[in-house]
Design a protein around this ligand. Structure first.
Ligand code: UDX
Length: 422
């Protein structure tokens, strides 16, 4: 209710570039409510976009999805309604949501729900931090439905995006050369699997480059050049080959875990996805191992962390590597100072348990520190006056966890530069 009230007041309850502008532009067409009775009757399409946080054994917690499905079922009016699963849900959830909506409808109305509604799956592929860009100019739109009639409602809804006929907002111009957006029309189970398989593939691309990064370090190769050299092969592609601390966030961890859990329900062992998860977890441990290797003793040392959010341009801290790294350092008796350009407020609200010192600037993170770790690749960290910062540090050690900084310049300035890849 608090979040909905914030939206009514024109405030966005999280940080996402240009979201405020977009919501302000669309003001006339938007209404925010917590009431099913206000939202559902009369609607042609309802998107379920509730959270599906990780539950036990890696399978997602579907409580919110269930509540939404029942709430919708109880309030369907006379109009044919398409109920869309936008949340990332386990394969088979389309059927499950359908059953819940039907049950709630029939209980409320005392009659069969035949033809009153249908369920579709419409997975999202947007990245936090570039959510609006990804939504308005997607690589593809996936619609999963078991009936032609249902898919047609969604085609017509997506038509302006598919044909790119909408007026582009001034702050988010249409990328040059963007033509019609491909539409994948699939059955429900395929659409659901597309989402998991896409996220797991991106996750394993990152783990792959991190594994190669470890080897690059051993043989004295430059992972940046290696990534470019393999990425320019169109079959591989340049994106998601940035080596470093690895992935965090609400999607890759959860979705790879869910894929492993679903596979195991069917008696399959998703070995490649499991391995990608292990490599990713190990990257965080390696940060602490590297610091230990350099400083020998972590007890009583002061370590500065640059970046808290799981990636730049967001204040999302879910599964953020910084939290894990801070916890491991604290466990080993180090003092930890942290900074993030936008996620500090959320961090202070959500992570009271972590006994770290929050400071207002990147420079303060480094002051008197025995080492600084660059955890999140915020572009402003590249622009810091590292030579001035060096003078304030107790020990000029920097671990560039994202291969963001100019190593040669830092070494020339007298820093001991550590990394996770060659
Ligand atoms: C992801 C998917 O990209 C998106 O399609 C899906 O709908 C939701 O999940 P998101 O989690 O917002 O999006 O962020 P993303 O940009 O994918 O980054 C995920 C993590 O991978 C971040 O921690 C990022 O730092 C890391 N990453 C990304 C790398 O370590 N290397 C890379 O090359 C790219």
């Amino acid at each position: 209710e608090r979040k909905v009230q914030a939206l009514v007041d024109g405030k966005i309850p999280f940080y996402e570039p240009y979201m405020e502008e977009l919501v302000a532009d669309a003001r006339e067409n938007l209404k925010f409510t917590t009431s099913y009775a206000e939202a559902i009757p009369g609607a042609h399409v309802v998107f379920i976009a509730v959270g599906t946080p990780p539950g036990k054994n890696g399978s997602p917690d579907l409580r919110y999805l269930e509540a939404a499905a029942r709430g919708i079922g109880e309030h369907i009016g006379d109009q044919f309604l398409v109920v869309v699963n936008k949340s990332t849900v386990p394969i088979g959830s389309g059927n499950w949501v359908g059953a819940l909506v039907r049950e709630a409808y029939e209980k409320k109305n005392g009659k069969k729900a035949n033809g009153a509604f249908a369920v579709a799956s419409n997975p999202e592929f947007l990245r936090e931090g570039s959510a609006i860009l990804d939504s308005l100019y997607p690589d593809r739109v996936v619609i999963g439905a078991d009936q032609q009639r249902t898919s047609e409602v969604l085609y017509s809804l997506y038509r302006p995006i598919l044909d790119q006929t909408f007026k582009a907002p001034s702050y988010m111009p249409r990328p040059e050369g963007l033509g019609a957006v491909p539409l994948i029309s699939a059955d429900l189970a395929s659409a659901e699997l597309i989402k998991y398989a896409a996220n797991a593939f991106l996750a394993l691309k990152i783990s792959y480059i991190n594994e190669i990064g470890q080897l690059a370090e051993k043989v004295g190769a430059d992972i940046g050049q290696v990534a470019k050299g393999i990425g320019l092969d169109a079959r591989i592609g340049t994106r998601f080959l940035q080596a470093g601390i690895g992935w965090g966030g609400s999607c890759f961890g959860k979705d790879t875990a869910a894929l492993v859990a679903t596979a195991s329900e069917y008696g399959l062992d998703a070995q490649i996805v499991k391995a990608a998860r292990e490599v990713n977890a190990h990257q965080r441990d390696r940060v602490v191992e590297k610091l230990l290797g350099e400083l020998k003793i972590l007890k009583g040392r002061t370590i500065g962390l640059l970046g808290l959010a799981f990636k730049p341009h967001t204040d999302d801290l879910r599964e953020a590597p910084a939290l894990d790294i801070a916890r491991q350092l604290l466990d080993r008796g180090a003092r930890v100072k942290v900074h993030d350009p936008v996620a500090m407020e959320r961090f202070q609200k959500e992570n009271a348990g972590l006994d770290v010192t929050c400071v207002a600037t990147a420079e303060e993170v480094a002051a008197d520190a025995d080492a600084v770790v660059l955890v999140t690749e915020w572009p402003e960290y590249r622009e810091l006056h590292w030579d001035k910062i060096k003078a304030t540090m107790h020990n000029p050690v920097i671990l560039d966890g994202r291969n963001l900084l100019n190593r040669t310049a830092l070494t020339r300035a007298g820093f001991k530069v550590l990394g996770l890849a060659g």
